[in-house]
Design a protein around this ligand. Structure first.
Ligand code: B12
Length: 210
């Protein structure tokens, strides 16, 4: 069943992916398992094929859309699995300006929310000024900046610089992530941390609190 879902996502079969996910849920397969063992491997394989030149953009887009459709069914249940919701800290998150990738960022946001953070998800292509405006208004303990393109990684730095200029940098922790982002990049731009995946992001945020 998980293999069928992975294949449906890889082939960009949105409706089939949704039907199979519903069936898997009915059969009692945990939502997180479907996400980690079928959906993410499916979209990652699509990326690898794109990289090799075996997939073109429309196929990549279809795989991305099928993943999102599956996630819409899975995420509310992933949250439900974590028990009663209580806010540990506020966490503003978004994909930086110029970047529309949101699958990974949305997973991180959902896992944080499932773990008790009050998550304010600003979405994709978020201008630096928008991050600043929301941070001034909501005074979160954390901001998470996602970048999937090497060309948009500098926007993570731009947000940190803007926070400094506004005198807000010391008031919150900045955590960066996204496939091309590394620990070394995080240090170079003066972020407080880097996390490679959603589980590591939750662990890191919690470690800053305790
Ligand atoms: C799906 C996809 C798309 C979809 C996005 C759909 C969507 N709604 O998100 C579409 C088709 C729209 C797309 C468009 C483009 N894409 Co694209 N895309 C991908 C793909 C295949 C998968 C990304 C993904 O969702 N991965 C699965 C998730 C779960 O992983 P993740 O995003 O890395 O997130 C995890 C971690 O990184 C981390 N994380 C993520 N965010 C954050 C944030 C914080 C705070 C923390 C702590 C952690 C964290 O946790 C997540 C969960 O584990 C990647 C290939 C790849 N292997 O990454 C290419 C890829 C990122 N895309 C690429 C490119 C080039 C593009 C385009 C420029 C293509 C084009 N020519 O138009 C456009 C750019 C549009 C734009 N302006 O942003 C390149 C980037 C190359 C580079 N180094 O810059 C890649 C690497 C493909 C490739 N090999 O060429 N893409």
């Amino acid at each position: 069943m998980l293999e069928e879902i992975r294949k449906a996502i890889l082939e960009g079969e949105e409706e089939l992916a949704e039907a199979l996910v519903n069936k898997a849920l009915e059969e009692g397969i945990p939502a997180l398992e479907i996400l980690n063992k079928a959906c993410i491997p499916g979209v990652e394989k699509a990326g690898a094929l794109f990289e090799q030149g075996d997939y073109f953009l429309p196929e990549l887009i279809a795989a991305g859309q099928a993943t999102k459709a599956a996630m819409n069914l899975l995420m509310p249940r992933v949250k439900g699995q974590e028990g009663e919701w209580k806010s540990i800290a506020a966490f503003v998150i978004g994909t930086v300006e110029g970047d529309v990738h949101d699958i990974g960022k949305t997973i991180v946001a959902s896992m944080l929310s499932a773990s008790g953070f009050d998550v304010i998800d600003l979405g994709i292509d978020v201008p630096t000024d928008k991050f600043l405006e929301v941070i001034k208004d909501r005074k979160p303990e954390f901001v998470g900046l996602s970048a999937l393109l090497t060309s948009t990684m500098p926007k993570q730095k731009a947000v940190i610089e803007a926070l400094k200029a506004a005198g807000l940098r010391d008031k919150l922790k900045v955590i960066v992530g996204g496939a091309p982002v590394t620990e070394g990049w995080a240090q170079k731009i003066g972020a407080d941390g880097y996390a490679a995946d959603a589980v590591a992001a939750v662990k890191m945020a919690k470690s800053f609190i305790s």
